[in-house]
Design a protein around this ligand. Structure first.
Ligand SMILES: [Fe+2]
Length: 234
C-alpha cells in the first residue's frame, strides 16, 4: 500500500490518496476541485487508476472534485447514504467497506455530530490503523456543530464512544488542519485535545461548543449546493 497526504491551501483541506502499487488502483478521500489537476497528475505519474472518489460529508468550505474525477477517470463516487445524493454511485451504510488492489480494505463508519450524516473511514494496513476522521475529530480540536444539522451531543458520542475506544496507536488523519499538523494518534487526542479530551463530560463539551463563536464559512452558499450534486458536471 502507498499512502499520500495532499493539501489544499485555500480551505486547508487534506485529501488522502490510498493506493495499491501492485494492482495500480487508488482511492481519493475528500478531493477538492481547486486541486483537481494536481491530483490527476499524481495519479498519472504514479500510474494509478482511480477506482473511488469518496467524501466524508457534504463540505461547507470547499467544493468536492468527485464528479469531475469521475468524468475524467471513470471512477465511482461514494459517500454517506444519509446524504441522499443521486449523483453518487455508492452510498455507505455503517460498516460497509470497499476493497481495492491486493486486499486493501477501507471500512466506512457512521460518525455523526459535525453533520448528521457524517462518515469516517478506517484503513487497516498490516498492524497499523489509519482513521480518516473528516471534520469530526480534528488534531487538538473538533469540527463545529452549529450548522448542517450538526449536534454537539452526537459529536461527543462519536468521539468518546467510537474513536476513543479504538486502539491508542490508531493514527488520525483529519480533513483539515489549520496549523499544518499532519496526523495524531488516539492516545494523544485523549490526552491533549483542547476541546474534547477523554476527561470532559457531555455538559461541559456542549457548553464549550456553544461558545465557539465561529464565523460562517466563506464559501458555504456555493459549496453546499455544489456538493449536493457531487461538485456538479452531470
Ligand atoms: Fe465540514
Amino acid at each position: 500500500m502507498l499512502f499520500k497526504q495532499l493539501f489544499e491551501n485555500e480551505s486547508s483541506t487534506y485529501t488522502y490518496l490510498i493506493s495499491c502499487q501492485d494492482k495500480q488502483e487508488a482511492i481519493l478521500i475528500d478531493p477538492v476541485v481547486e486541486t483537481l489537476q494536481r491530483d490527476i497528475k499524481i495519479l498519472e505519474q504514479m500510474n494509478l487508476k482511480l477506482t473511488y472518489a469518496i467524501d466524508t460529508h457534504i463540505h461547507a468550505d470547499h467544493v468536492t472534485s468527485a464528479a469531475a474525477l469521475r468524468e475524467i477517470t471513470n471512477c465511482k463516487v461514494a459517500g454517506p447514504a444519509g446524504d441522499n445524493l443521486t449523483c453518487r454511485d455508492i452510498n455507505f451504510k455503517d460498516k460497509d467497506y470497499l476493497i481495492i488492489g491486493n486486499n486493501i480494505k477501507l471500512e466506512a463508519i457512521y460518525t455523526p455530530g459535525h453533520t448528521d450524516t457524517h462518515f469516517s473511514y478506517i484503513l487497516k494496513n498490516n498492524f497499523e490503523n489509519f482513521l480518516f476522521t473528516g471534520d469530526s475529530l480534528l488534531i487538538n480540536s473538533c469540527g463545529r456543530t452549529d450548522f448542517q444539522s450538526g449536534s454537539s451531543k452526537d459529536l461527543y458520542n462519536t468521539i468518546k464512544n467510537i474513536f476513543y475506544n479504538m486502539p491508542n496507536d490508531t493514527k488520525i488523519f483529519p480533513a483539515h488542519d489549520y496549523n499544518k499538523n499532519n496526523y495524531s494518534t488516539i492516545e494523544n487526542q485523549k490526552k491533549y485535545n483542547t476541546l474534547i479530551d477523554d476527561k470532559i463530560n457531555i455538559e461541559e463539551f456542549i457548553e464549550r461548543m456553544n461558545n465557539l463563536k465561529l464565523d460562517k464559512p466563506k464559501k458555504i452558499d456555493i459549496a453546499v449546493p455544489h456538493n449536493n450534486k457531487c461538485g456538479v458536471i452531470e
